[in-house]
Design a protein around this ligand. Structure first.
Ligand SMILES: [Fe+2]
Ligand SMILES: [Fe+2]
Length: 478
């Protein structure tokens, strides 16, 4: 009896679906797959995802467009999740040494070197979302089809999950390209896009499953000049007066004379200002790329993405009030000063010190209580999750920052010292004419009172405390 006949004759108990619902018996009897093929493809996908994670992260700081900063934060996180999942799966397939840090193919390396080095936003989004992301999706789809659904079920599951999430990345990406790249720009970058596709042909696609089809070997273009991380944060044209540190929101928030409702407005500002955290964390991840294990990058990428979400919560808060956040100066001097004045370990110290300071009674719990008390349900809900996220971040810090020091106390002292070392340049920025540190609060507050249909509280209206001589933790600057 042929295999086909036996498959046809095979019956399960009362006709139940066979094989735990994984696949049909006809597919399961096919045996064109091996551990070696599976790990080979996964390793190549791992390489491209890891490089894509590196690219998204590294470009957050210098990318001016806010919607791209937040999307890059999200997509970097997703790349990190699947990089981690693939590492785990490869580790399960008896192939030590895993070789996950090796470059699997020179053309794939060139592809990713070219994309990270793309000199403009338009080329970056086209390279990432028109070439790299679709090529990963194709590889995941092929893996789902080709891997044996029973013998290699964990890989098939991974390939399915990856497609589920990366389809959304691709949809965002094609919309972003349509919004940002005009026909003239497309024409100008066509040769370069062809080069990227040539890299894929020369590699036999991301997974190496296609025939190598390449008459001429691809040669570097943008990557002739190796990519250099830019630590100076850039913002799009909706952001203005970004050096303005004329309002100290923490001084308002922790002042008992002000009402919870008025404080929600300041909290929405504090949240949207958090876009400076991904701008700063990106520099830590970039600088420590080869100095820390992958798990460090995974966890820090989750944290970075949370901070971008916090910024978007602030954005949503302003929209809910019918207010235009672009009229407020959203300060960037925290990320700018840290990126330009401290090294990566020092920046991590400051981050940990600040986040640890958010944990006691007066920190995140207090913000949540204020949100709940205010009657603004959205603020209460956002602060609820913001608090949960910050507890996670403090734990991430305890895993990846504190163990470098003798004790928690020493780790905190170091972070505080690093923060103290940062020159705020409050006067310097003013003297250079970059800002006059004008107090933007009364105008914003007045507008919110109109939305709330209430009269302004004269005391809140007269709030006029800047960062001139104090930090966000209200510690005095000498
Ligand atoms: Fe945050
Ligand atoms: Fe945080």
């Amino acid at each position: 009896m042929s295999t086909l006949d036996s498959v046809e004759k095979y019956v399960t108990y009362r006709g139940l679906p066979p094989l735990a619902g994984l696949t049909s018996m006809a597919r399961a009897v096919q045996c064109k797959w091996s551990v070696e093929q599976s790990t080979e493809r996964l390793k190549r996908m791992h390489y491209v995802l890891k490089r894509l994670h590196e690219t998204f992260t590294a470009r957050i700081t210098s990318e001016p467009i806010y919607e791209l900063k937040t999307a890059f934060s999200h997509h970097a996180y997703l790349c990190a999740e699947y990089t981690t999942a693939i590492r785990k799966r490869v580790g399960e397939m008896r192939v030590p040494p895993l070789g996950l840090d090796q470059v699997p193919n020179d053309s794939l390396e060139l592809l990713m070197d070219e994309i990270i080095a793309s000199p403009t936003t338009e080329e970056l989004v086209a390279g990432v979302y028109e070439v790299a992301v679709p090529s990963i999706l194709e590889a995941a789809s092929r893996l789902e089809q080709d891997a044996h659904p029973l013998a290699d079920a964990p890989t098939v599951r991974l390939a399915k999950l990856m497609q589920f999430e990366f389809k959304e990345v691709a949809v965002f990406g094609s919309q972003a390209v349509a919004c940002l790249v005009n026909s003239e720009q497309r024409l100008a970058m066509q040769t370069w896009l062809d080069l990227l596709r040539l890299c894929l042909s020369a590699a036999g696609a991301v997974d190496g499953a296609l025939e190598v089809n390449c008459a001429t070997a691809p040669a570097p273009h943008h990557s002739l000049k190796p990519y250099q991380y830019q630590g100076e944060p850039k913002r799009d044209e909706r952001f203005h007066d970004s050096y303005n540190a004329g309002v100290n929101p923490e001084a308002f928030l922790y002042d008992e004379r002000f009402s919870a409702r008025d404080k929600t407005l300041m909290m929405y500002y504090k949240r949207i200002r958090e876009i400076d955290v991904p701008e700063m964390m990106a520099s830590i991840l970039h600088d420590l790329r080869d100095d820390e294990p992958w798990e460090f990058h995974m966890e820090m990428s989750r944290q970075l993405w949370d901070e971008a979400r916090h910024a978007m919560m602030g954005e949503v808060g302003f929209v809910s009030l019918g207010m235009d956040w672009s009229t407020i100066p959203i300060n960037f001097t925290w990320s700018r000063n840290l990126n330009l004045q401290l090294d990566a370990r020092e920046r991590h110290g400051v981050l940990f010190f600040i986040e640890q300071g958010l944990m006691p009674r007066t920190g995140k719990r207090y913000e949540w209580e204020v949100g709940c008390e205010s009657g603004d349900g959205l603020s209460g809900m956002f602060q609820d999750f913001d608090w949960a996220d910050e507890v996670l971040h403090a734990q991430i810090g305890r895993r990846w920052y504190v163990p470098r020091y003798k004790s928690l106390q020493e780790a905190l002292v170091y972070g505080d010292r690093c923060w103290t070392k940062v020159v705020s340049q409050w006067l310097g920025y003013r003297d250079q004419g970059l800002t006059d540190h004008s107090n933007w609060w009364p105008r914003l507050y007045r507008e919110a009172c109109i939305r709330w249909n209430v009269l302004p509280d004269p005391l809140a209206l007269s709030f006029n405390t800047s960062y001139e001589d104090s930090r966000a933790d209200l510690k005095k600057i000498d």
